[in-house]
Design a protein around this ligand. Structure first.
Ligand SMILES: Nc1nc2c(c(=O)[nH]1)N[C@H]1C(S)=C(S)[C@@H](COP(=O)(O)O)O[C@H]1N2
Ligand SMILES: [Mo]
Length: 166
């Protein structure tokens, strides 16, 4: 009798340990930003520490929503790109955004450089004050594009790629 209840306790203890271990091992949603081959990982906490931006925009004919997050140019700056106006070979750099479903879209880094294109591209983590669910945790919002094709959902990485060719 005694032994049985000890046994049950041991199983319960092991189950708790396993549940805790699995929970601790579950990665917090994050994205990789790669500049000059160097990766910086941003999770929600790291992104929340960057200057926050908001804008109102709609996908297709949907009701406009308020999107909030971090300007893509600012994120790239924190990861080591766009620290100064692009010149020379920098004008052939591009930014490749990759999603969980392997969807990919690119922007010229010059499009995003505030001294050149100054295009508004937001890395959003919330819509109307709510965290993004299936579209997230991070997606792009590109209000000046005519179609929402580059509003990449479920972003896993953002890489600055050298597009120069001889
Ligand atoms: N990861 C991922 N993002 C994506 C797509 C996709 O297939 N996969 N489709 C794009 C296209 S073509 C459009 S029009 C918008 C649609 O955004 P919505 O799902 O919020 O309507 O998402 C864009 N982002
Ligand atoms: Mo689309």
């Amino acid at each position: 009798m005694r032994r049985a209840s000890h046994g049950r306790f041991a199983w319960f203890f092991l189950a708790c340990l396993l549940a805790f271990g699995l929970h601790a091992a579950e990665p917090s949603p994050s994205l990789r930003v790669v500049v000059d081959g160097k990766a910086t990982v941003f999770d929600r906490t790291a992104l929340a520490a960057l200057p926050q931006a908001k804008l109102t925009a709609a996908v297709h004919d949907e009701k406009p929503a308020e999107w909030s997050g971090v300007a893509l140019a600012e994120l790239l700056r924190r990861a080591g790109a766009l620290d100064k106006p692009l010149r020379g070979k920098g004008l052939a750099l591009f930014v490749r955004v990759t999603a969980t479903d392997h969807y990919q879209a690119v922007f010229a880094l010059a499009e995003l450089d505030p001294s050149i294109g100054g295009k508004t591209v937001l890395l959003a983590d919330a819509r109307d004050g709510q965290s993004l669910a299936t579209d997230g945790p991070f997606r792009l919002v590109v209000p000046d594009d005519k179609r929402a094709a580059r509003w990449v959902r479920g972003i896993v990485s953002i890489e600055v790629v050298d597009g120069t060719a001889q």
